[in-house]
Design a protein around this ligand. Sequence first.
Ligand SMILES: [Zn+2]
Length: 224
Amino acid sequence: MSTQLSFAEQTARAPSSTSLATTIAERSEPFRDCDVTSELAALARAWLERLTPEQSSDFLLSVRQQTRDRGMTTAQVRAVLEVIRRGLRQSRDASGRHVPDGTFTVVFEGGSRRTIRVRTQNPQARFAPGRTCVAYLRGPQNTSDFQGFGFLDDGKLQLWAKYRDSEGADLLIEAVRVLVADPAAAAKAYGLESGRCGICGRELTVPESIEAGIGPVCAQKAGW
Ligand SMILES: [Zn+2]
């Protein structure tokens, strides 16, 4: 398979979807020669062309200059993909882990706890359609009196205005920080205490699930 596409060909084939970017970000190892497809080569080309001098290294700028007319070699495509891959992974790691919808118990260092519910609104909902809301359990554990306090965007909490100056705000912010850092641990803590799977809400009946604090299907779906 030839990856020696001309500049025009490479740009024309640049994919517009984000699925390729996801594929790159999820890759845990550098690309090998045999992984380089014409789609990836086109993406590398398009990405190079969009770089501004401030955000790129001399290496990338010289690759761009050298390859405009004659196209990139497989090795050059791999090198560019590697820069993209590292950048994507870094920004993904910085934004924290994905928290699925469910109920979680955050255990603080001193042993105190806070039960947090994460729920993504239906796209047709009247309030905040499609957004992910966080709520905390107030009152005793055996009630389901959840009070919403913010939105969760890519692991970042946006506290609702009325909570910003409230007394418990620091604790809620800290609870979400701990939850985002390790959602699996918080889901299991909830399951251990309640006897229910934090993700689907079903009662945990199998001894292994009771011990794990989460149902096997939900754990697998969440990638835990
Ligand atoms: Zn479950």
